[in-house]
Design a protein around this ligand. Structure first.
Ligand code: TRP
Ligand code: ZN
Length: 862
């Protein structure tokens, strides 16, 4: 079988949301029999099919060849039509049996059944099941699955699938079998199996109603010691979902398997989550605090899908945000409850701005409920996930916790066991709260990040302040004209003289293109604190002065607003420098110094507040980006902060040294702030910078500090730098996840020669294209490093274009994810812009392109 993408005979066609029709046949039950082998796996499916409408039975298949097809036990007539197996059935209920042979080891797409590190595992979302068995592979066809697996006992001693284990035994010739049954009807995208030589960390959880759930985290034997954090996170998440949403787990078993080769983060298959090993494995020697945090978040996310995704699933893939936006919101709430809610909110907004805002402002912009797609895998985006979560958060803010919870309960009650739509979710929120959300629905249909202009003026004699709000939603592809959208804006006013809050915070629902809000009893000149907590996912434009921003950065009582004021001050300073070639750094330096000296602030918050916005984020603030000008301005401010505050940074670096490796909120915060201080010391250019970073690296008793030291050294041109990278590589040569950090740290280095380093690393023996983590750690990281990727030579563009073309033959889904950085061409100065476009055109002209890459590249060219 040819595992490579078939050449496109005709341009791929788009699927439209408006064309939805219910399935004409359902499949209440399916029995799957797997004779597992890495080279040739025989799969037989027995589908009970029931007529719901007119027409023949159509079953999706991708790279499958039917070997036998019977209907009710007799060989049947069938035909292949556009990838579908079509059978004309006369009655209303039949049993269809089909056999196919698949080749897991040749499956480099990592969709369907594939081999990873000697394991066999599956990934079916969104349309991978059709690479395993002919089936109506759409999320509104829910079936009860019985699975039987037969395999070599020595090579695959563990055989797992969804639901409950119902039988197993030995067979002749060193083989054995296992049978699993999932009592909950589910769509095919939630099917999973795993076969391999796995060790297990077992635990159990008692649900609120007293039911015992057997928990298992399955990994390679050598990784068992790194599973405790994930297990702890799982149990915490199970308890949290009962408390916060009243959701109990429903099966007697919950298994998680970690695999090394995985296209995404993890997958919520019913009762058998499959994870990218990077979101399971952690110990202090190999995982950073950020890894620990991400593991807890992703474990919780996949667990939460058991209700928001599995018990209530999606009618069609246009509804993807129904499960993903809601579940991201739920995992954000969970993580906020585990530590500092303020810091978590800052981190979530940073991710939104780094990943989703550029998407919303570029050629791939789409609403959280898209209207069409060519390849659904391209729509697992920051918009669907992160903006989707922001939209749910706005509902939560507008309705309040109690009504939101009532709406969520109603939604789960009403739609349990079915495939629902985003509209169903909104209606449940309306019914439970009595609110009219008609206009709020625009958030589901319109793309683009709204720009809100806020102007505050003061009528001193009248003791009144007037806030004038204006909003504009920018045009996006296919949506030239937009309507204003309702959004909750949390607002407060502070007195310029007294420095106190003049009124209690208000949540204003800004609904319309213009709105005026009057505040009475305002005697002194007020300063505006707006979009507190980032209550709406919008860009705020206000003409607040450096002095006002400095004040708010020191005194606002909303931590997010305080962080935001500092960020805005930094952005204004840097943008000024880019525009004019010079800027006054004094206000930023004073604000950073004050923040460092404030004893009331937690270190993690200070670390966030004093960190400069990234060069890429600065680029996003400009109509036309000149990356070299951004780099110059950024380096200048960073160096000035380092030099002027060198005593403060040294004091902070020394003062935070006692954090050790305890994974606690306080310990994490101290390590983070200490790392930020080290970065500024090195950036200041002081002579002992590299030596200090090398000492930080050498003395580390945990990966967070080691990684921090390495990143700081990566900025320098020093002998210590090369020594540290060599030592790091030698120490972790047999740990793939840590080697990813070795690649990533070099690819992210803010240096002029990063492009040379990256080109060289692409030929390193440890660089393998077939492992998505490794690819992302080098190529993905490089492409978000603005100064390196946009090297004036254009070599960065060529490098990425080559990678897209090469990867497309192996793994189209992962190749397509590399395209967006090139798609930002229209934002760059003309020379770079032209080179980026030319690269996209070269990719598009490549014969045999997958529809994944075709869609991303053709849309990027506009
Ligand atoms: N549903 C998964 C999640 O968000 C996402 C996912 C995992 C996925 N693997 C995938 C999506 C492969 C598309 C293709 O939790
Ligand atoms: Zn998800």
């Amino acid at each position: 079988m040819d595992i490579r993408t078939q050449p496109l005979a005709a341009p791929p066609v788009a699927i439209h949301r408006a064309d939805y029709v219910p399935p004409s046949w359902t499949v209440p039950d399916i029995a799957l029999d797997f004779d597992l082998d890495p080279v040739r796996t025989q799969v037989t499916g027995r589908l009970s099919v029931v007529r719901q409408g007119a027409g023949p039975l159509r079953l999706d298949g991708d790279a499958l060849v039917a070997e036998t097809v019977t209907v009710d036990g007799t060989p049947a007539e069938w035909a292949m039509e556009g990838g579908q197996l079509v059978i004309d059935l006369v009655g209303d209920a039949h049993v269809v049996e089909i056999s196919v042979t698949i080749a897991p080891e040749a499956n480099t797409q990592l969709m369907g059944l594939y081999a990873s590190d000697g394991l066999l595992c599956t990934q079916c979302e969104a349309e991978g099941f059709r690479r395993i068995m002919f089936f109506p592979d759409r999320p509104d066809v829910l079936a009860r699955y019985s699975v039987r697996m037969t395999a070599d006992r020595a090579r695959y001693p563990v055989l797992l699938s969804n639901g409950d284990h119902v039988g197993s035994g030995t067979l002749p010739d060193g083989r054995h079998y296992a049978e699993w049954r999932d009592p909950f009807p589910k769509p095919s995208y939630l099917f999973a199996l795993v076969a391999g030589d796995l060790a297990v960390n077992r635990d159990s959880f008692v649900t609120g109603s007293g039911k015992i759930v057997e928990l298992g985290i399955w990994v390679r034997a050598g990784d068992l010691a790194r599973t405790d954090h994930a297990m702890h996170a799982l149990k915490t998440a199970m308890a949290w979902d009962e408390r916060a949403y009243g959701r109990e787990y429903d099966l007697g078993v919950f298994n998680i398997v970690a695999v090394s080769d995985f296209n995404f983060g993890a997958m919520e298959n019913k009762g058998l989550n499959i994870f990218n090993s990077r979101y399971i494995l952690a110990d202090p020697d190999t995982a950073t605090d950020l890894d620990y945090d991400a593991i807890a978040t992703v474990v919780a996310h996949e667990y939460f899908h058991n209700w928001s995704g599995n018990r209530v699933t999606c009618r069609d893939w246009f509804q993807l945000s129904l499960k993903e936006g809601f579940t991201v919101f739920r995992d954000q709430q969970y993580s906020a409850d585990q530590g500092s809610a303020a810091v978590k909110r800052i981190e979530d907004v940073r991710v939104l701005r780094a990943a989703q805002f550029p998407e919303d402002g570029g050629p791939l912009a789409h609403p959280i409920r898209p209207n069409s797609y060519i390849e659904i895998s391209n729509f697992y985006t920051a918009t669907i996930y992160n903006k989707g979560a922001e939209v749910i958060r706005m509902l939560h803010t507008m309705l309040g916790e109690a009504a939101f919870r009532a709406g969520s309960d109603l939604y789960f009650d009403r739609h349990d066991g079915t495939a629902a739509t985003c509209e169903d979710f909104i209606v449940a929120m309306e019914d439970a709260s009595g609110r009219d959300l008609s206009r709020f629905r625009l958030w589901y249909s319109q793309a683009g990040t709204p720009r809100v202009h806020a102007a505050l003026d003061h009528d001193a004699p009248g003791g009144r302040a007037r806030l004038r709000l204006q909003q504009a939603v920018p045009a996006t592809p296919g949506q030239p004209h937009k309507q204003a959208m309702p959004m909750p804006l949390r607002i407060a006013l502070f007195g310029e003289l007294s420095g106190t809050k003049l009124l209690p915070e208000q949540t204003v629902i800004f609904d319309g293109a213009h709105q005026e809000i009057l505040f009475e009893g305002i005697g002194e000149r007020p300063m505006l604190s707006i979009n507190r907590g980032f209550s709406a996912p919008v860009t705020i434009e206000s003409d607040r002065s450096a002095a006002e921003l400095a004040f708010l950065s020191a005194h606002d009582d909303d931590p997010f607003a305080r962080y935001e004021a500092m960020q805005q001050l930094m952005v204004d300073t840097l943008v000024e420098d880019v525009a004019t070639g010079t800027a006054d750094h004094a206000a930023v330096i004073a604000a950073v110094k004050a923040t460092l000296a404030d004893p009331g602030l937690e270190p993690a918050f200070v670390a966030e507040a004093v960190t400069l916005p990234s060069e890429a984020y600065l680029g996003d603030q400009m109509l036309v980006v000149d990356p070299q000008a951004v780099t110059r301005a950024w380096d200048r401010l960073r160096r000035a902060l380092g030099e002027t505050l060198i005593a403060d940074w040294r004091g902070t670096h020394a003062g935070m040294a006692a954090a050790g490796h305890a994974y606690t909120s306080a310990g994490k915060g101290m390590r983070r702030l200490r790392g930020v201080a080290l970065g500024y010391i090195v950036a200041s250019g002081v002579e002992d910078g590299p030596a200090l970073a090398a000492a930080h690296f050498a003395a580390a008793d945990n990966m967070t500090d080691r990684q921090t030291g390495l990143s700081a050294l990566a900025m320098t041109a020093s002998a210590q730098r090369d020594a540290a990278f060599a030592a790091f590589h030698a120490r972790y040569a047999d740990n793939g996840l840590v080697l990813d950090k070795w690649f990533q740290t070099q690819a992210l280095a803010p240096r002029d020669d990063t492009i040379d380093v990256v080109e060289r690393l692409a030929t390193h023996p440890d660089f393998v294209l077939t492992n998505p983590n490794r690819l992302r750690s080098l190529v993905g990281a490089f492409a978000i490093n603005q100064r390196a990727f946009h090297d004036a030579s254009g070599r960065g563009y060529r490098f990425l274009g080559d990678m897209v073309v090469t990867m497309d033959r192996l793994n189209p889904q992962t190749a397509a994810k590399l395209v967006p950085p090139l798609g930002r061409w229209s934002r760059f100065e003309p020379v770079r812009s032209g080179m980026m476009r030319a690269e996209l055109e070269r990719v598009l002209a490549t014969p045999g392109l997958s529809k994944d890459v075709f869609e991303q590249v053709s849309k990027s060219l506009g």
